[in-house]
Write a protein that binds this ligand. Structure first.
Ligand code: GRG
Length: 295
């Protein structure tokens, strides 16, 4: 990872932290406990992979910073809401997230439910209030809604919950992850690009190819990390998916073949970016980061 990329990444992460703080409801506004819990769920944690993808793709299409920042925060709020709900006892029942007590442990289950609901609404509010014209914003709002809902992340989560104890085939596992985590990662790339100038069909197709490859690679690596890291490193219970009898890439393919699949997907992602030349360097770096990450 080049030092130039690291500097860029740190500066985007810092900017996003400030923007998220500004786009969340004020802490002194009633109901204060809900607003405090929303901030607890979103701020001071996470790698901000999705906002980084938004900004890296936006760079390719001369996107205005305000729209990029709102798109990045909207995606991160949807992601944070999904983590809060995913951690609840009715789903994964986790006590730790990002090294801190999960929202339902720190507050209570009803608050965690409302935090997720309110973050989802806030995400659409933040994006809809961008200065760009409605013609520009409407397709972005629709994309985010599709990626988050029953044909995207929520749909993937439903398939995941229904798969406990079942033997999924590799294509079924892939489809589940394409929806559960891939859809929001893909939306991040496309939202960044859509924030700028109008895209050609070839550009959309190349970005789509890239986004699908990194989306799947992200999940394969997550399964490898889950199977190999200890609980302190992950901030969650290591091997939990396997222990919960959930199918994973590691359980289906084995560790070595899963690592090879992640490498192949990373190569596919790099290949997909060839039409963009050097201006796509941050997207190349992010593909490497996703595959080489340790948490
Ligand atoms: C509850 C509607 C609903 C959906 C939940 C995305 C999801 C669906 C659940 C998350 C569960 C999980 C741990 C999935 C594995 C991949 C993943 C999304 C990991 C967390 O994302 P990172 O690594 O997290 O980007 P940070 O904390 O860095 O933001």
């Amino acid at each position: 990872m080049s030092s130039q990329f690291q500097t860029w990444m740190k500066s985007i992460q810092a900017d996003v932290e400030v923007a998220l703080t500004n786009y969340l409801p004020a802490l002194n506004q009633e109901p204060q406990t809900l607003h405090e819990a929303m901030a607890y769920a979103v701020l001071d944690g996470g790698k901000r992979v999705r906002p980084l993808l938004v900004f890296a793709a936006g760079k390719l299409f001369e996107a205005p910073t305000e729209l990029l920042s709102r798109a990045a925060c909207a995606v991160e709020m949807i992601h944070a809401y999904s983590l809060v709900h995913d951690d609840m006892p009715c789903m994964d029942d986790d006590a730790l997230r990002r090294g801190k007590p999960t929202v339902h442990k720190k507050y209570d289950e009803a608050t965690a439910l409302l935090v997720g609901d309110a973050l989802q609404a806030q995400a659409f509010l933040v994006l809809s209030e961008a200065q760009a014209c409605a013609d520009h914003k409407l397709p972005m709002l629709q994309l985010l809604a599709q990626a988050s809902g029953s044909v995207g992340m929520c749909g993937g989560q439903a398939i995941d919950l229904a798969s406990v104890g079942k033997a999924l085939s590799l294509p079924e596992l892939e489809q589940m992850h394409r929806l559960k985590t891939g859809a929001l990662l893909r939306a991040s790339v496309l939202l960044g690009a859509m924030s700028g100038k109008r895209l050609t069909a070839e550009e959309i197709s190349a970005l789509d190819h890239y986004a699908r490859a990194i989306g799947l690679a992200f999940q394969v690596v997550d399964d490898v990390l889950d199977a190999t890291a200890d609980s302190a490193t992950l901030g969650k219970t290591a091997g939990k998916d396997a222990a919960d009898n959930k199918p994973t890439y590691v359980s289906l393919l084995g560790l070595e073949a899963s690592r090879q699949l992640a490498d192949q997907l990373c190569k596919d992602a790099h290949q997909a970016l060839s039409p963009f030349g050097e201006s796509a360097q941050h997207l190349h770096d992010l593909a490497d980061l996703i595959v080489q990450r340790k948490a």
